[in-house]
Design a protein. Structure first.
Length: 438
């Protein structure tokens, strides 16, 4: 689709249902692909990142079919029985597919080459190469530990105890997935808790996994050479996708919107807490459980927001939501400070500097620091908009959607250079925005 200008919006009204959770969708396909027998997945996110995982699992021997009613049927290849892919595994834009799949393959005796787009090819892989090498796998990565990267798995691999040097669910999951096909017990020590979808879902697929706490740190132990049994998974709605609508309805006057079926796993729901601290009017309706995850419908009404100091301890539970939080901060009364965000510099783009540039281009007052942004809000007045400038999204879906939201509360509109990356996580974003803002 290319460039697009998002302009000042009518109030957001009605009800909408965001697509399935990206993290959970990746895991459902991978784990079902390792089980022996047929699993069915309902509510799978059909975004490009997840489709990259499906394609790679097919190359490794899983049979994956989409039914006409949107259910996905997966017949697993079986743990230990993955086949060597004949072509490179193209991970597109998806860091999660790459890092988790490297873990999976590290304990299989086969060779695979990982490739990706320009954004993914600049992202650090040493964070998984390191522990997986300790387990016996070997890698030939491009300069600086990037893709393209060839992996030679170890069979048998060696179990390790690995203490995460960065708070990363991807690294945790890579080691646990390698541990699945490794004799003995593989342990991951997590000083700072990150999203726990891997732990929750692996148990559902029959893995023997224990979680304990030692000296205030989470320890996850997986017993290797497990047999995974198939299961049916219902994927809840993605809180990271819902976040765009939570902020949009908060900043567009007159809005009153219900976002249905939003996953509210405590390791993911930090954005709701922080927006409420800023004065957002968000109510959780009909709390329930879907696919082993807490879920609710969220009713959000326009409300004046105020700037706050965001507690860095909450960062892991909203690591992907900072770009859109920055937009909320730009419209709030007073100053918002964020710290502890160094990981944002190695996401699909450097989200600290890219958002600083994008918001500045749209007329916001922003100061960039090594580990976060300080934003002086307008107090509810619309942002100026980009007029002659065009926001650069750097192949980053969350930058595109965040600045789309900024455009809804701008005087002159916000022009984005490229909306195509939105399809990696939220292919129906544009239609949903249009239908909510009638
Ligand atoms: C993800 C973990 C996060 C997040 C990414 C998805 C996952 O990355 O940013 O979008 O599914 O495990 P890190 O674990 O590297 O922080």
């Amino acid at each position: 689709m290319g460039s697009y200008t998002f302009t000042s919006s009518a109030p957001l009204k009605g009800r909408l249902r965001v697509p399935g959770d990206k993290s959970i969708s990746h895991r459902a396909l991978m784990f079902a692909g390792l089980a022996v027998g047929e699993s069915r997945i309902a509510g799978l996110l059909e975004g490009e990142d997840v489709l990259a995982t499906a394609a790679a699992m097919r190359q490794l021997g899983a049979r994956i079919v989409r039914e006409d009613d949107g259910t996905w049927r997966v017949n697993g290849a079986g743990l230990g029985s993955l086949i060597e892919p004949r072509a490179a595994l193209d991970m597109g834009n998806s860091g999660t597919s790459t890092r988790l799949m490297m873990g999976l393959l590290a304990s299989h005796g086969l060779t695979a080459t990982f490739i990706g787009d320009a954004s993914l090819s600049g992202r650090p892989m040493n964070r998984v190469i390191e522990p997986l090498s300790q387990m016996g796998a070997s890698f030939e990565a491009s300069a600086g530990g990037t893709l393209p990267c060839m992996l030679r798995g170890a069979s048998p691999a060696v179990p390790v105890t690995y203490r995460l040097p960065v708070a990363s669910a991807q690294v945790k999951s890579a080691v646990l997935l390698a541990g699945l096909n490794t004799p003995g017990i593989t342990r991951v020590i997590e000083p700072i808790a990150t999203r726990d979808h891997t732990e929750r879902m692996l148990r559902g697929f029959g893995a023997n996994l224990e979680v304990s706490e030692e000296n205030g740190e989470r320890v996850i132990a997986i017993h290797g050479e497990a047999d995974l049994k198939p299961m049916d998974v219902t994927v809840p709605g993605d809180p990271s996708s819902a976040a765009f609508f939570l902020v949009a309805a908060s900043i567009v006057p007159g809005s009153d919107l219900v976002v249905e079926n939003v996953g509210l796993n405590p390791t993911r729901a930090g954005i709701v807490t922080v927006l409420k601290q800023m004065g957002a009017d968000i109510k959780e309706l009909d709390p329930r459980e879907v696919g082993g995850e807490p879920v609710a419908d969220l009713r959000v009404r326009h409300a004046p927001l105020k700037g706050i100091e965001v507690d860095p301890a909450i960062v892991p539970s909203m690591v992907d939501e900072f770009p859109v939080l920055f937009v909320a901060a730009a419209m709030a009364e007073g100053t918002t400070t964020t710290t502890g965000l160094e990981e944002l510099r190695v996401k699909e783009s450097d989200r600290i500097s890219v958002m600083a540039a994008a918001l500045t281009a749209a007329g916001a007052r922003v100061e960039e620091h090594e580990d976060g942004l300080t934003i002086h809000g307008t107090g509810g007045e619309p942002l100026r908009g980009t007029s002659n400038a065009r926001v650069k999204t750097h192949l980053d879906h969350r930058i595109a959607m965040s600045m789309a939201v900024a455009g809804l509360a701008s005087r002159d509109g916000v022009e984005i250079d490229d909306t195509d990356p939105i399809a990696t996580s939220f292919p129906t974003f544009m239609q949903m925005l249009e239908s909510a803002a009638q």
